[in-house]
Design a protein around this ligand. Structure first.
Ligand SMILES: NC(=O)c1ccc[n+]([C@@H]2O[C@H](COP(=O)([O-])OP(=O)(O)OC[C@H]3O[C@@H](n4cnc5c(N)ncnc54)[C@H](O)[C@@H]3O)[C@@H](O)[C@H]2O)c1
Length: 357
């Protein structure tokens, strides 16, 4: 399939592009390089060769998008270009609205004009926000607690309406990521931290473990959890990337429809447990101190991943130990992990290699 991937120069997008290329899809990345990187594009071009192209463009520029769509003629669009920092979204809500909502409307309009019938949209657990009913199921009403979460929830509705109201038979899928972690070493990212803000817990741990920062600040230790710290659903970036392969396959076989799938590990891990697993995997200690809880942080956030397993046949493979190996800075040894069963049904088309299960 020919897939147009917006935001493919960024963290999640680059990993998704790599997996799509490995499995024989054609990939065109569309990105304005606001937070993405040209060196990522060069690595993908090296891997994909004639199966890969890059368009430097902004998703808000509908006319330019239409030209690109006419030139590339994608079978499907994976839309993950966007702004994603929760705290920044309180400071610059208009920028988030413009990029995440207006940009999505612009992309959908260009897709309609060029008769593309399949869209997969990258959303977030932040749409569940203040919801108390954990594990979060896809049918919970959105209840975001930040401008970022609201813009993603609004974009989801646009994607849904686009899927349901077109005169052509369309399929639209929303994927809600929980806490993606880890890096593929292919991208030559020495510290294994995101360049695009890198504000995740995993990034902060690596910055401390490698001496860039003195200690980790943990927000709150009085939550109603066993050790008092928040519990989150961390999911390996490779699992997230492979879910997109499943989603692409799903749009080929499913009847025209709209669907939402959580992408998490289905397990929650406390901040202190994460630090301990990181130490076990890498031998690196992360000094920490407690600071007051952040407004709006929930005690526990965990995905219900049944729906993705049932309908898309996607099951995450990596546990917290596997994740810790994938956030290990370069030059640090790995301790063997007791996990990672490769999926039986994923077959690399261009490498003639069957993944053993
Ligand atoms: N990383 C996470 O923890 C996480 C969690 C949940 C959801 N998400 C969602 O996944 C998507 C990708 O996140 P990421 O972590 O890879 O972020 P990222 O910042 O690394 O990547 C975003 C990419 O989009 C591009 N971009 C931004 N605005 C653009 C525009 N107007 N036009 C064209 N390109 C534009 C950037 O240059 C960048 O390459 C986002 O939509 C985000 O909301 C991410």
């Amino acid at each position: 399939m020919k897939i147009l991937l917006t935001g493919g120069a960024g963290y999640v997008g680059s990993h998704v592009a790599k997996v799509l290329l490995e499995f024989g899809h054609g990939v065109a990345v569309l990105d304005n390089l606001a937070t993405g990187h040209m060196r990522t594009i060069s690595k993908l071009a090296e891997l994909g060769k004639r199966n890969f192209s890059f368009f430097e463009a902004d998703i808000c520029a509908t006319d330019h998008l239409e030209q690109i769509f006419r030139q590339y003629e994608p079978d499907a669009i994976v839309h993950m270009a966007g702004l994603k920092l929760v705290e920044e979204s309180f400071e610059r809500p208009e920028a988030y609205f413009r990029c995440n909502v207006v940009g999505t409307a612009s992309l959908l309009s260009a897709a309609s004009a060029c008769r593309c019938k399949r869209v997969i949209y990258s959303s977030t657990a932040a749409v569940y926000g203040a919801s108390e009913r954990c594990p979060f199921r896809e049918d919970l009403p959105p209840s975001p607690s930040s401008p970022y979460g609201w813009t993603k929830a609004l974009a989801e509705r646009l994607v849904r309406k686009w899927g349901e109201t077109g005169y052509q038979a369309r399929t639209a899928i929303v994927l809600r990521y929980f806490n993606p972690c880890g890096h593929d070493r292919f991208f030559d990212n020495p510290l294994q931290i995101e360049d695009s803000g890198g504000n995740s817990l995993a990034d902060a741990m690596v910055r401390v473990a490698t001496g860039l920062e003195s200690h980790l600040e943990i927000y709150g230790n009085t939550y109603p959890t066993a050790d008092g710290t928040c519990r989150r659903d961390f999911v390996h970036i490779r699992d997230i990337a492979e879910a997109h392969l499943r989603a692409v396959a799903f749009t080929e076989t499913a009847a025209p429809s709209f669907d939402i799938f959580n992408l998490g590990s289905g397990k929650d891990t406390s901040v202190l447990e994460f630090l301990e697993a990181f130490h076990e995997a890498t031998g690196l200690r992360v000094p920490f101190s407690f600071v007051p809880p952040r407004k709006g942080d929930l005690a526990v956030s965990r995905a219900d991943v049944e729906r993705a397993a049932m309908r898309m046949k996607w099951v995450p493979r990596y546990d917290i130990h596997g994740i810790c190996q994938a956030i290990r800075p370069r030059g640090h040894s790995v301790r063997p992990a007791p996990f990672a069963t490769p999926p039986r049904t994923l077959v690399r088309r261009n490498h003639r290699e069957r993944v053993k299960g």
